[in-house]
Design a protein around this ligand. Structure first.
Ligand code: ATP
Length: 339
């Protein structure tokens, strides 16, 4: 379990002071996979470094496994670290890299041997034992970094964009491996990423961070379907947003002109023409500006009086719609989000 209470951090002094973390509170449960997600510069890495003990907070406390570790050295916090650049020892082989932490802890030879055998198996590193990091692919290096972190049986693993140096295909397969490892090992994981898909796929819960604060916190499916505030709605996944005064009154209903209506592209219903639609239920007329073929579906770009909208269509359905087609966009009430 990781608890963060009232953490504040400012870099620089006087006029140059930049508050990077403001009053951060978090409680990450035992065995939870928890993501910090947010745009570049929002403070995710700094928060992770505060938990790791690599950065001293100006205010607040950090607890790991029920122990206050705010003033403890990084290696005495029961946390292992996995970074973007893996930080493997270049002059040590795969085996030596994995054993490094265990030897530093002066564990018995037999125990180190047993952990090594298990790690090579779990992280699919058999046959690579004697190689040096520069003789490994990115994915293999990443597995060594994970194996090394997990070998010391940490209470929690802190990961900072651990997959971001890999190419897209490898990133996806490593992501699945990571889930598998987590399911088996059951460690608490605090994971930093700016990749929404990664956060949605991996996490038990996500904290969306912006400008040094936690904007919203929840399970991936809830955050995606019902974000509580507009910033999260616009940040997480594709979203259409329309100001109330730019849409027909029937669509606006009782909401005010300054409120913003949001709806995800996959929830917009698109129909050719608008003749058979009842204006009282509210729809938006538009024309098809572009089609983006994405293999499993097509994203439609539509020009409307409320601005450019996105919708999702099946391959067949999209084929029947030439560019410039007049269309009607319907927004099912259960998918409308007002902010
Ligand atoms: P990214 O996804 O780009 O890594 P991040 O959300 O992890 O971003 P941080 O690295 O935590 O962001 O940085 C938050 C802010 O603090 C940034 O504006 C950054 O420039 C600033 N910052 C980070 N470290 C320092 C430092 N040592 N001294 C001064 N400013 C810093």
């Amino acid at each position: 379990m990781i608890e963060v209470k009232g953490i504040g951090k400012t870099f620089g002094k006087g006029a140059a002071a930049v508050p990077v973390l403001r009053e951060i509170d978090l409680a990450i449960a035992e065995g939870e996979f928890f993501c910090l997600l947010g745009p570049s510069g929002c403070g995710k890495t700094t928060l992770l470094r505060v938990v790791a003990g690599l950065e001293k907070p100006d205010a607040g406390r950090v607890m790991v496994g029920g122990k206050d570790v705010t003033d403890a050295e990084p290696h005495k916090r029961g946390c292992a670290l996995v970074f973007q650049n893996y930080a493997l020892w270049p002059h040590l082989t795969v085996t030596e890299n994995i054993a490094y932490g265990l030897e530093a802890q002066r564990r018995a030879k037999a125990e180190i041997g047993a952990v090594l055998g298990q790690s090579l198996q779990t992280y699919q590193l058999r046959g690579l034992e004697a190689r040096y990091p520069h003789e490994l692919s990115g994915g293999q290096q990443q597995r060594v970094a994970l194996a090394r972190a997990m070998a010391i049986a940490p209470h929690a693993v802190l990961m900072d964009e651990p997959l971001s140096n890999l190419d897209a295909a490898l990133r996806k397969s490593m992501r699945r491996e990571l889930m598998e490892f987590h399911r088996r090992a059951g460690n608490t994981i605090l994971y930093v990423t700016h990749d929404q898909e990664e956060a949605l796929a991996l996490s038990d819960r996500i904290a969306v961070m912006m400008a040094g604060r936690i904007l919203e916190l929840g399970k991936p499916a809830d955050l995606y379907a019902r974000p509580r505030n507009l910033e999260t709605a616009l940040f997480l996944g594709d979203m259409n947003a329309m100001r109330g005064d730019a849409i027909p009154a029937a669509l606006r209903g009782s909401s005010g002109p300054a409120e913003t209506l949001c709806i995800r592209p996959e929830n917009v219903r698109v129909r050719a023409g608008s003749a058979d639609l009842d204006p009282a239920t509210g729809f938006l007329a538009g024309t098809l500006a572009f089609k983006e073929f994405l293999g499993t579906h097509v994203t439609l770009g539509l020009e409307t009086p409320a601005g450019r909208m996105l919708a999702r269509a099946g391959i067949k359905e999209a084929e029947a719609l030439p560019a410039g087609s007049p269309l009607a966009l319907e927004f099912p009430p259960e998918h409308r989000l007002w902010y």
